[in-house]
Write a protein that binds this ligand. Structure first.
Ligand code: NAP
Ligand code: F7E
Length: 337
């Protein structure tokens, strides 16, 4: 009998990669999607997932919908990836962020506790919890100092996961994942904003790229590598929390430089900064120490930062070429005579 996994946030970047990973492992994959006026399944389309997963409507804001879903699916493993995940929005919508990203975790844990406390649970914690970093690199014991409503909400989600493990003996794990990116990343995050702009500028569809803090440093990895770590955490004999990171950091300036090099352009001619894109409180630097994951989970990241940037830019170049060709075909349809 195949194992069943339930993924909240299956329409997001990580949801798509995790669904593909679990299908390849032989899982029956179920995904929770919230109701929207139009379907947002583009990422699942990219990975040809739409017909291979079972989708169910429920919402992190609605306790009973989650209980009903877990009763119906009877999963062996639940991966809680759903969240309001964009840091700037957490400053403009702090209460909604707390409802989704913090209390949403308790709603999923409560549903599991009520229906079947034997279900294994993964919580998508974040390096944003380290915020104003207290040591470098950051590991599982580094104190948190979140710098955004998002980081604060994730710290709540992290501790409530630990609390349910300690209080009720649940197999609940928290993965403290550092930034991970891919061609499926939303265009509002800096890596994809840059790769998309480099491709569009190359083909004359855009003149400038406006960014915020070029000095910010992040430990960027590939999302496809990181979802394996989520699964590995739930296959251990004991539940625990793990930092998942590459251990190497780069600045936003390095990112821009590499992306524009890939398209053969000098970034200094195209990039401008705008103080409106600075955050009320910034996380200046993050760099993770994933030694525990390396030794206990035998997990290592496979894709380097340079490969990641090249892959993202190449995929955006292909996409831009396809859209130019489609526009040309629409403007100049073939004659039928
Ligand atoms: P993402 O692309 O923004 O996806 C977020 C997902 O959450 C989407 O599927 C979204 O659904 C869903 N969602 C939001 N609010 C919901 C609600 N009320 N009910 C049900 N679903 C809801 O995020 P990601 O990059 O894949 O990240 C996955 C998780 O890891 C998130 O929790 C994020 O905070 C965390 N994380 C990410 C990173 C990273 O670098 N990517 C690092 C550390 C932690 P819609 O499609 O309907 O919007
Ligand atoms: O910003 C700087 C910005 O929005 C990275 C989420 O997945 O990772 C992500 O959060 C850095 C910041 O990601 C622009 O100030 C400069 O210092 O790509 P980002 P993030 O805030 O690190 C963590 C681990 C998560 O958990 C989150 O869910 O880049 N930056 N100029 C910019 N950032 C953006 N978005 N746009 C700019 O124009």
């Amino acid at each position: 009998m195949s194992r069943r996994a339930l993924i909240t946030g299956i329409t997001g970047q990580d949801g798509a990669y995790l669904a593909e990973f679990l299908l390849n492992k032989g899982y029956e994959v179920h995904g929770m999607v919230r109701r929207a006026s139009t379907e947002g399944f583009e990422r699942m389309g990219h990975l040809q997932l739409r017909d291979r997963v079972h989708l169910h409507q429920a919402d992190l804001l609605d306790q009973l919908s989650i209980i009903t879903l877990i009763k119906e699916v009877k999963p062996h493993e639940v991966y809680n990836l759903a969240a309001q995940s964009f840091v700037p929005t957490s400053f403009t919508q702090p209460l909604l962020t707390a409802e989704f990203t913090a209390l949403g975790v308790t709603r999923v844990l409560e549903a599991i506790r009520d229906v079947d406390p034997g279900i294994r649970f993964y919580q998508a914690s974040s390096s944003e919890m380290f915020g104003r970093v207290q040591e470098e690199p950051q590991n599982e014991r580094t104190p948190f100092w979140p710098r955004s409503p998002y980081g604060v909400a994730k710290a709540y989600g992290h501790w409530i996961t630990i609390n349910y493990r300690e209080s009720y003996g649940m197999f609940a794990c928290s993965g403290i994942l550092f930034n991970h990116e891919s061609p499926l990343r939303s265009k509002e995050f800096v890596t994809r904003k840059v790769s998309d702009a480099a491709a569009r500028i190359k083909y004359g569809l855009q003149d400038k790229l406006i960014l915020g803090n070029l000095d910010a440093q992040r430990d960027w990895g590939f999302a496809g590598d990181y979802v394996e770590a989520m699964w590995l955490m739930l296959q251990q004999s004991e539940p625990a929390d793990y930092v998942i990171a590459t251990g190497i950091k780069h600045s936003v300036r390095d990112l821009v430089d590499l992306a524009f090099q890939r398209v053969g352009l000098d970034w200094k001619k195209y990039v401008e900064t705008d103080s409106h894109l600075l955050r009320p409180a910034e996380v200046n630097t993050l760099c993770g120490d994933a030694s525990l994951a390396r030794t206990k989970l035998c997990w290592t990241p496979k894709m380097s930062f340079a490969q990641l940037v090249a892959t993202m830019v190449d995929e955006d170049l292909k996409r831009v070429r396809r859209s130019i060709a489609a526009e040309k075909a629409a403007a100049d349809p073939p004659r039928l005579d």
